[in-house]
Design a protein around this ligand. Structure first.
Ligand code: UFG
Length: 328
């Protein structure tokens, strides 16, 4: 039986497909390729389909022997979600509703769901625990939380078991150098800093220097994409063992300020990297740091990359060998 990976041609999806293939899993990737890259899928069967069309999902589930689903496919840009929330409700909520409906009809009863620290909004405490208040401050986080709630009721009613994985700041690239981060447009801190190092941008604008943090810039918890991937495989195995549905934070438990990230990138690349202070970006909490004790204790998760220098090195290897992402 196969594992269906929706959004498997995207950044975290493609790294998880690589991890599943290493674990000798049978993989079927479903992606509409709107944001994903066919070249990022290193193996398994590939199906181009859109979750917003439920008949396409029904067909995939009918024609293939699917045991479980890992659901990544979604829009991910916080800023865009504020400007165009309904686009996010459509692709993140309606598409997930379709997927769950088709799963329920076909009797597929395990799902690992890609969620986010954006479900917490402004944290109640640091480090953040899974049981802390969830109060998103942008539609992106709200749509992910909506799906989390839908999963809870679907479990109660139909026995569909889930693992919700709330990622903190995903970064880095596969150790092989074959796949990495290639968003268009790019909005994330580390790839933008590396574009400056490559000479593709003149400077990195640091959004906000008056936050309530050590140096006034936002603090985030950076977690390597392959460590995230490992957690998906473990969550899947846990569901197979009959585990109850559960929600897990995935982060390193260490915070780096935006200015510290620039310093790390300067050390790794040996480039000057011009950084300037810019106004705050709406919707940014001061500090987001995970408590990932639950994933470590229950899933046996062992993040391998706890050094930001090593993480940025993997990203730099990818970006310097793929200056135009998957286009060469
Ligand atoms: N930043 C800059 N300049 C830039 C880009 C980003 O200063 O050009 C800053 C941001 O303002 C923020 C930090 O760098 O303070 C990190 O920003 P990212 O956009 O890289 O990441 P976010 O923390 O905003 O968001 C990430 C994911 C979201 C997820 C969120 C939850 O991209 O999908 O983490 O923690 F919702």
């Amino acid at each position: 039986m196969a594992v269906l990976v929706t959004g498997g041609a995207g950044y975290i999806g493609s790294h998880t497909v690589a991890e599943l293939l290493d674990a000798k899993e049978e993989v079927i990737v479903l992606d509409n390729l709107e944001k994903g890259h066919r070249e990022a899928v290193l193996g398994g069967k590939f199906i181009q389909a859109d979750l917003r069309n439920i008949d396409e999902i029904r067909k995939v589930l009918k024609e293939n022997d699917i045991e479980a689903v890992i659901h990544f496919a979604a829009y991910i840009e916080v800023g865009e979600s504020v400007i165009n929330p309904l686009k996010y409700y459509n692709n993140n909520v309606i598409a997930s509703l379709n997927l769950l409906t088709a799963m329920q009809e076909a009797g597929v009863n395990k799902i690992v769901f890609s969620s986010t620290a954006a479900t917490y909004g402004i944290p109640e405490q640091i480090p953040i625990k899974e049981s802390d208040r969830t109060a998103p401050i942008n539609p992106y986080g709200e749509t992910k939380l909506t799906v989390e709630k839908m999963l809870k009721w679907a479990d109660d009613a139909y026995g569909i078991k889930y693992a919700v994985l709330r990622y903190f700041n995903a970064c880095g690239a596969h150790i092989s150098g074959k796949i990495g981060e290639a968003h268009s447009p790019e909005s994330h801190l580390i790839p933008i800093i590396l574009q400056v190092a490559q000479g593709k941008r003149d400077e990195i604008k640091i959004f906000g220097s008056d936050y309530n943090t050590k140096d006034g810039t936002c603090v985030r918890d950076y977690i390597h994409v392959s460590d995230l991937s490992q957690a998906h495989v473990l969550a899947l195995k846990n569901l197979r063992k009959g585990a109850e549905s559960n929600t897990f934070n995935l982060g390193n438990g260490t915070g780096f300020s935006n200015k510290e990230v620039v310093e790390v990138a300067r050390a790794v690349t040996g480039k000057t990297i011009k950084a300037t202070d810019a106004p705050r970006r709406p919707g940014d909490p001061d500090i987001l740091i995970a408590s990932a004790e639950k994933a470590i204790n229950i899933l046996g998760w062992k993040p391998k990359y706890n050094d930001l220098n090593k993480i940025v090195e993997t990203a730099w290897k990818w970006h310097s060998t793929h200056p135009n992402g998957y286009n060469g």
